[in-house]
Design a protein around this ligand. Structure first.
Ligand SMILES: Cc1cc2nc3c(=O)[nH]c(=O)nc-3n(C[C@H](O)[C@H](O)[C@H](O)COP(=O)(O)OP(=O)(O)OC[C@H]3O[C@@H](n4cnc5c(N)ncnc54)[C@H](O)[C@@H]3O)c2cc1C
Ligand code: FES
Length: 258
């Protein structure tokens, strides 16, 4: 079930330069969404027709508040518009969209949760809701936003490109430096990170589930603007394609072309 809702902004804060943390009062979406799903957020400026996909960073099913953490991509953009909203303002969203991560994991399994850059917010929602052993690896350029909130959910390893915190380098450098092992991988982040993780997981015989980001328009599987290449022929389009909005955004890494 998907909902189109006008939500009141409960709070909004800039938690790192250009990164905003927005909490919304929803009617239903926060009560039914799963980690790895996203919402479509509608700009109010009439020049921007298309909604913007933003992953769910947190949801409280009791109070029905939904948390979105997003990066402003530049001036005169939809995300720039969102960053100007203050508590009390209204915003239209639809969702929850997409499949999300499989949360039905045996307590004996260890999941390596990996997030890179603005791919980190959905992994916080995932880490908080997975009931199994967790190893968390976060990759940043420099500023380690949200890292402190992962602490209660497992052992956290950080990599920064400028070497200011944790392992100098990327997520894979932190995995190798700390000799990390797992039974499966859940990840969201830039494509080069996902590619590197997928080949590390394949070399170690571990299933690797990745959340992809493609440019989107409709968000409901109709326009095909978000397709990525797949290994198998897709039943909907009859070509080797997957719709990231509808079939994903989470895929087994061996299903898709990275
Ligand atoms: C499933 C999914 C989850 C995402 N989760 C987050 C998140 O949690 N936090 C976050 O900061 N960003 C996230 N993104 C990226 C975010 O959607 C884009 O940064 C945003 O749409 C850019 O819009 P804009 O108005 O700032 O830029 P503009 O350049 O004005 O956007 C123009 C158009 O291109 C689309 N577009 C531009 N970049 C992207 C992109 N990378 N992915 C999809 N569409 C894009 C916009 O939606 C819009 O329709 C996610 C993307 C996807 C597909
Ligand atoms: S955004 Fe239209 S099919 Fe995915």
């Amino acid at each position: 079930m998907k909902y189109l809702e006008n939500c009141r902004i409960v709070s909004q804060e800039e938690i790192s330069p250009g990164i905003f943390d927005m909490n919304l009062q929803t009617a239903d979406i926060a009560g039914i969404c799963r980690p790895g799903q996203f919402v479509m957020v509608y700009p109010q400026d009439g020049k921007r027709i298309l909604p913007r996909p933003i992953s769910i960073c947190g949801a409280d099913p009791e109070s029905r508040t939904l948390r979105l953490v997003y990066r402003v991509t530049g001036p005169n953009t939809g995300t720039g518009e969102f960053s100007g909203y203050v508590s009390g303002d209204m915003i239209r969203i639809s969702g929850p969209m997409g499949n999300g991560f499989d949360m039905d994991i045996s307590g004996d399994e260890t999941v390596l949760i990996a997030g890179g850059g603005i791919g980190i917010p959905p992994m916080l929602f995932t880490a908080r809701n997975l009931n199994c052993k967790k190893v968390i690896v976060l990759g940043y350029r420099s500023d380690t936003f949200l890292a402190g909130e992962f602490g209660q959910n497992g052992d956290v390893f950080i990599a920064t490109e400028d070497g200011s915190c944790g392992t100098p380098g990327n997520v894979l450098d932190a995995i190798r430096e700390n000799g990390l092992k797992a039974d499966r991988v859940y990840a969201c982040g830039p494509k080069p990170m996902l590619r590197a993780l997928a080949s590390w997981a394949e070399a170690n015989g571990i299933p690797c589930y990745i959340s992809l980001e493609e440019r989107m328009a409709c968000g409901i599987g109709a326009c095909l603007s978000c397709v990525c290449g797949s290994r198998e022929t897709d039943a909907h389009t009859n070509v080797r394609n997957k719709r990231v909005c509808k079939d994903g955004p989470v895929f087994l890494s061996t299903e898709v072309e990275l």
